[in-house]
Design a protein around this ligand. Structure first.
Ligand code: SAM
Length: 221
């Protein structure tokens, strides 16, 4: 586990898919660093919040098997095209992760690495629900954290013993208020997996609204 990674905002912008206005992804360099440090060729990498498919694209390029779950159909199509059909991309809700993976031949204990970044939420001024793709206004921070716990409980059972889970998450600034999202997600995931430490993501230009950006490292012991 590296204490910090240097990241460039221009690299993130250059990797943003055509037609997209949101930087809801991490960089390919970040994904490659984690995947190379924790897995070998032929291992299975899972992203339960697959987004634009950065984890899956880099994993397949490095000779790993890749599986992802994504709620939004348009992003599922994007990932399928980006990975040229070499990854398993499941259109569904990560809150049903175990069932979805079982249906696609990935049972309990079959995953070597989970590399993911959940959809973010602030503790104030945030009625949109991250876990419905921000499409409903029933957002509630405590419920959101509890439901992330439901996802990571399933992540823990899907990981083989000794497997890693690496979560990219930032603390978020809204005016003067900072939501300690990284600390809250860390606590939630720690209920299911053993916390091993963090990598500080050192941006040349800080992403707007981020107070501090991290990789949180966990292991299924
Ligand atoms: C922060 S983005 C992940 C970006 C990804 N790491 C990348 O680099 O491309 C979070 C993703 O989770 C998806 N999502 C939100 N709720 C979900 C749910 N309940 N089940 C599965 N995916 C969900 C969002 O649509 C979004 O694409």
């Amino acid at each position: 586990m590296r204490p910090y990674l240097l990241l460039r905002a221009a690299e993130l912008a250059a990797e943003r898919p055509a037609g997209s206005t949101e930087d809801v992804h991490f960089t390919e360099a970040l994904a490659a660093s984690v995947i190379e440090d924790t897995t070998a060729v032929g291992d299975v990498v899972l992203d339960p919040f697959a987004g634009y498919g950065t984890t899956l694209a880099v994993a397949t390029r490095l000779g790993r098997a890749a599986v992802g779950v994504e709620l939004l159909a348009e992003r599922v199509e994007r990932i399928t095209a980006r990975t040229a059909g070499r990854a398993t991309v499941v259109h569904g809700d990560a809150r049903n992760l175990s069932e979805l993976l079982e249906l696609h031949g990935r049972p309990v204990g079959s995953i070597d690495l989970v590399l993911t970044s959940p959809p973010y939420m602030t503790s104030v001024d945030h009625p949109e629900n991250p876990l419905t793709g921000y499409t409903t206004d029933d957002g509630d921070y405590a419920t959101y954290l509890r439901e992330l716990g439901v996802v990571f409980a399933q992540v823990a059972s899907l990981l083989r013993v000794g497997g890693h889970a690496v979560v990219n998450v930032a603390n978020l600034a809204t005016g003067d208020v900072v939501t300690p999202l990284a600390w809250d997600v860390g606590r939630v995931v720690s209920e299911h997996l053993s916390f091993r430490g963090e990598t500080f993501l050192c941006w040349d230009e800080h992403p707007p609204g981020h107070a501090g950006d991290y990789l949180l490292w966990f292991r299924h012991t």
